[in-house]
Each structure stands twice: as structure tokens, then as C-alpha cells.
Design a protein. Structure first.
Length: 430
């Protein structure tokens, strides 16, 4: 147990010394295995992890979904989603904020990335809200929080990574995220209603459209609906695997971007390079996390931690609740994906031993990542908006996002108390 605890301390020390966390985890994992099992086993184990990760067929779903998201962003489908939502509810007080949340949910269903969703919506929705007089705090807060829907509503890159690490069925994880994603979007809209009723001048109504214009706007999102139907319908219906669905989605998004003449040779090269860069980053994190997890599993920490927790006399659901509290607190000071990869080797075996469904726990993990993405001081979505909207101060973004952080915490509590919200759809796939 001592060796594992020293390993965690070493990772944080290296991180404070500005070493990237992926390299910190990998280095500590290799050295830890070397000191406890010998250097030849450490090198052999590392080589095996690198080889298996690089050649794993199931992992090919990651670059394919990333490529799909990048093609979708280039094709301009986010504009159609926002415009369609705007035509129906934009004329109400706070309507553009509601439209932004709805567009984020729709874009998340074909993107799978929180940061990409927030970045895209900052270009699509913010100018419209600014034009009619929305406050910067409300506008950026809604965009940052709405962006987190990109990792809950399937397809989700985070769910894929969790499924691979824990050997959980990815299709069931995708199904499990649908109801929580819709619930989160609805609760965000309720929060907007409350906020705009208190400060109506911060969210004036927009233009009112005719029903003819609304139906025309709906017809404009047929591409989005088709992509979602093909990818998710095919996976849930058992017509193809998650990897094959990702391939179909990437091809469909490519054809849409091509048909809209959004892909020159230069743009296509940029999309491929950006997708390769993001994939390399994620694979590096996965390899490092697996090496460190192997080291932790060689020690007695998982077993002793389980015995200590069960000896506290807490109910199983209280133990999981305490884990969620730890995640929420860690998410305010750590990068979210690394935080999860670092702690899954500790918490996941305990959750399984307590008899909980890994699919349900995966949804909870995604929810705490959502909270971390918009929790000051290190929420990634907040810094993305600050970079893309330099005229809006970081303090303004912090002020606008806090009510929606509370919404996500409430949603986490609901999902914790009612596991059936996450497990009903996956149960229909058995």
C-alpha cells in the first residue's frame, strides 16, 4: 500500500514541476513496477501496453468519432441546429439561451466532445445573443455549460475511453447517456428561466418567426438527424458495432462537408492533422494510465482500500456518493480526463465489489467530468471561451457559469438516487 501511495505523491510532485500528467503517470508506473517487480518485467509490461493499445481494434472508435466531430464542425451543421431552435423559442425571454442549450445537445449527438461543442457554439450562438443585448455572463455561462452535453449525449469520446478501460459495453454506455443528457438539458433550461425572471433585461426576446420559416429551418437539419439515426440507430439496433458506427458517422460527415463545398485540400489536411493530434494525446493518456494502473494493481492498495471503506459501516450508496464528492472536489483543481484515468484503478474495483452496475457508474463519471469542465479555477470550457472571446473577462465567465454548475450537481444527485434513469435504456439491449 505504501508503494502505491508514494506513486500518487510522485505524480502530483512531477505535475507541480510542470511535467505533463501523461508522462508523469507513465514514468511513475514504469519505475514503480521496476522497483516492486523488477526492471525486465517493467519494460516488458510497458512494451505490451504500448503494443496492445496501438493495435487494439476497439480503440479505433476514438479517432473515428474525433474525425466525425471535426467534419461536422466544418460542414456548418451547428448553424442549422441553432437556427432551427432559435426559430421556435428565440422570441421568448431567454429564448436564445434555450436555443443554445438545445443546439448544444443536438451538436453533442454528432460530435462527442465537450470542448468542440463549446468552441463551436461560441462562434454560432454568442454573436446572436450579443446582438440583441444578452449579458456576457449569461451568454458565456450557457455556452460553457451547454458544451458539456457533448460528452453525455452519445456518441461520447469519454464513454468510449471509460468502456475500454473498464471493459464495459460501449453500446450500453451510449444508451445510458441519453436520458441523463436530456434531463440535464431540461434542468439547464429551467435554470435559465429562473435566472432570466430575476434579471429580464439580461435576456431580451429575439425575433419571432412564422410557422413557414420554422418548418423550413427544421428541414435544414435533416443531415444532423440522418447522421444520428444511422450511427446511434445502427449501434442500438445491433446492425453494427460502435467502431463500425463511428466509421459510418465519419464517412457520412465527410460526405456532408464535401457536398457543402466546405472541404478544400487545405481544410481537409487541417481536419486530418487536428484529428491525429487529438488522437495522439488521448492514446498517450490511455497508455500512461494503463501502465500506472498495472503498478497500482501489483500493490495491495485496491484491496486494503476496499477493506477500509467497507469497515466504515457506510451503506454502499453512501460510499459511491463519497466518491462523487471526491471527484467534484478534484475536478476544481485537476484536468478532468486525467483525474478519471488516475482514479479509476482505485474506485472501479470497489464499485464492482459493492454490486453496482459499471454502466451506471460510467454515467456518474461522465457527469462529474461535466462538472469539472465548468468549475473554476481550471474548467477547460471556461478557458476555451476566454480564448475564443477575448473581450469577455474570465471573471465574467465564472460569474455566469456558477448557477449552471449547481444544476449539474443537482443532476448528479438525481442520477445517484435513481439509477434506473441511466439503466432503463441499456436494459432493453439485453
Amino acid at each position: 500500500m505504501t508503494e502505491a501511495l508514494l506513486g500518487f505523491v510522485a505524480i502530483f510532485v512531477l505535475a507541480l514541476m510542470r511535467m505533463p500528467l501523461a508522462f508523469s503517470m507513465g514514468l511513475v508506473g514504469i519505475v514503480g513496477i521496476g522497483l516492486t517487480r523488477g526492471w525486465m518485467p517493467a519494460l516488458a509490461s510497458t512494451a505490451q501496453v504500448v503494443h496492445e493499445t496501438g493495435f487494439a481494434y476497439t480503440l479505433s472508435v476514438i479517432p473515428l468519432f474525433i474525425l466525425m466531430g471535426n467534419f461536422v464542425a466544418r460542414a456548418g451543421l451547428a448553424h442549422e441546429l441553432f437556427h432551427a431552435a432559435y426559430t421556435f423559442i428565440g422570441h421568448r425571454r431567454g429564448g436564445l439561451a434555450h436555443a443554445t442549450i438545445a443546439a448544444c445537445a443536438g451538436f453533442g449527438a454528432i460530435c462527442g466532445s465537450s470542448i468542440a461543442t463549446a468552441a463551436t457554439m461560441s462562434k454560432v450562438a454568442y454573436p446572436s445573443m450579443k446582438k440583441i443585448g444578452y449579458s456576457d455572463a449569461l451568454s458565456t455561462g450557457v455556452i460553457a455549460a451547454g458544451g458539456t452535453l457533448g460528452i453525455m449525449i452519445p456518441p461520447s469520446t469519454i464513454m468510449v475511453i471509460y468502456g475500454i478501460i473498464t471493459e464495459t459495453h460501449i453500446g450500453k454506455l451510449f444508451a445510458a447517456g441519453v436520458i441523463p443528457g436530456v434531463l440535464t438539458a431540461i434542468l439547464m433550461m429551467v435554470a435559465v428561466v429562473i435566472m432570466t425572471s430575476r434579471d429580464p433585461e439580461h435576456a431580451p426576446p429575439g425575433e419571432k418567426f412564422t410557422w413557414e420559416q420554422r418548418w423550413a429551418a427544421l428541414r435544414g437539419i435533416w443531415g444532423v438527424l440522418l447522421l444520428v439515426f444511422v450511427v446511434l440507430g445502427g449501434i442500438y439496433g445491433g446492425f453494427f458495432t460502435a467502431t463500425e458506427g463511428a466509421g459510418m458517422g465519419a464517412m457520412g460527415a465527410f460526405l456532408f462537408a464535401l457536398a457543402r463545398k466546405a472541404l478544400s485540400k487545405e481544410v481537409l489536411l487541417q481536419v486530418l492533422i487536428e484529428s491525429a493530434r487529438t488522437t495522439a494525446m488521448l492514446f498517450t493518456l490511455l497508455i500512461a494510465a494503463t501502465i500506472f494502473a498495472n503498478f497500482v494493481n501489483y500493490t495491495s492498495l485496491p484491496f486494503e482500500l476496499k477493506d477500509w471503506i467497507t469497515g466504515l459501516g457506510l451503506s454502499p450508496i453512501m460510499i459511491v456518493g463519497a466518491m462523487m464528492l471526491i471527484y467534484v472536489l478534484l475536478g476544481t483543481v485537476m484536468e478532468e480526463l486525467t483525474m478519471v484515468l488516475l482514479t479509476i484503478p482505485l474506485f472501479f474495483p470497489i464499485v464492482v465489489q459493492l454490486g453496482f452496475d459499471p454502466v451506471w457508474f460510467g454515467v456518474l463519471i461522465v457527469m462529474v467530468i461535466q462538472i469539472g469542465l465548468i468549475s473554476p479555477p481550471v474548467g477547460m470550457n471556461l478557458f476555451v471561451l476566454n480564448t475564443l472571446l477575448p473581450k469577455v473577462g474570465l471573471g465574467t465567465i465564472f460569474r455566469g457559469v456558477w448557477p449552471l454548475v449547481l444544476v449539474l450537481v443537482i443532476t448528479l444527485g438525481i442520477l445517484l438516487a435513481f439509477p434506473s434513469l441511466s439503466l432503463w435504456l441499456p436494459s432493453m439491449m439485453d
